[in-house]
Design a protein around this ligand. Structure first.
Ligand SMILES: O=C(O)CCC(=O)C(=O)O
Ligand SMILES: [Fe+2]
Length: 218
């Protein structure tokens, strides 16, 4: 895919982390944006998560399938919205795209049979960001699949030991796929910056949407 003067190339910024720029077609991005709008139309809507210490996340989010609350998943009987089969299929295709040709991560049947049972949909309005954290409430070793729509952001990919350096900053643009698993499954990561107004106007989205598909193993 071409972005400005130079094509943004597929890369593996850390072992088990695969970034595929422009994986989603523009039409697909538009469909996903429409679907995310539909998910939040009610009775469930995008909410700021309140953390146990009293902090309020600037991002607004909702869960499809299993519900994450800080810092655990509720039982399946507490699901409010269904995780649609088409989104599960997209997640499988994403893992195949990222690891398919790679023996190290692709050969493991855990990933080949990727069976996400939850999706966290995050909406970043102007000024929203996400601090460094690990996605560690899942018991399954399966990777996390991340799809981005709307404004470009800086995704900070840290290390598995601490919130601090070393880290690598990856720019996630609308349509990009990021899969993180393998040795980096528990790497700290966050979104320190979203470039407001950077989305393609034709997408019809002011802000940034990110969907992460996960297999809870719970
Ligand atoms: O918005 C992103 O790209 C990352 C979201 C994330 O890390 C999460 O929901 O746990
Ligand atoms: Fe995360």
């Amino acid at each position: 895919m071409t972005d400005g003067l130079f094509a943004r190339e597929r890369s593996e910024p850390a072992p088990g982390v695969v970034h595929v720029p422009g994986w989603l077609s523009f039409a697909r991005q538009r469909e996903l944006v429409a679907a995310c709008r539909e998910f939040g139309r009610g009775p469930v809507s995008y909410e700021h998560t309140v953390l146990p210490g009293g902090g309020v996340m600037s991002v607004r989010s909702l869960c499809l399938g299993r519900r994450w609350v800080p810092y655990r998943y509720l039982g399946p009987e507490e699901n409010l919205l269904e995780l649609p089969e088409w989104l599960v299929g997209l997640g499988r295709a994403a893992v195949a795209e990222a690891y398919g040709a790679d023996e190290t991560y692709g050969a493991d049947e855990t990933y080949g049979g990727f069976a996400p049972d939850t999706a966290l949909v995050n909406f970043y309005a102007d000024g929203a960001k996400m601090g460094m954290h690990q996605d560690k409430e899942e018991r399954s070793p399966a990777p996390v699949v991340s799809l981005s729509m709307g404004d470009t952001c800086v995704f900070r990919l840290g290390n598995t030991e601490s919130r601090g350096r070393p880290w690598t900053d990856v720019e996630l643009v609308s349509g990009d796929l990021l899969v993180f698993g393998g040795p980096s499954r528990l790497a700290y990561h966050g979104v320190p910056k979203v470039y407001a107004g950077s989305a393609e106007p034709g997408l019809g989205l002011a802000g940034r949407l990110n969907i992460t598909l996960r297999e809870t193993g719970l």
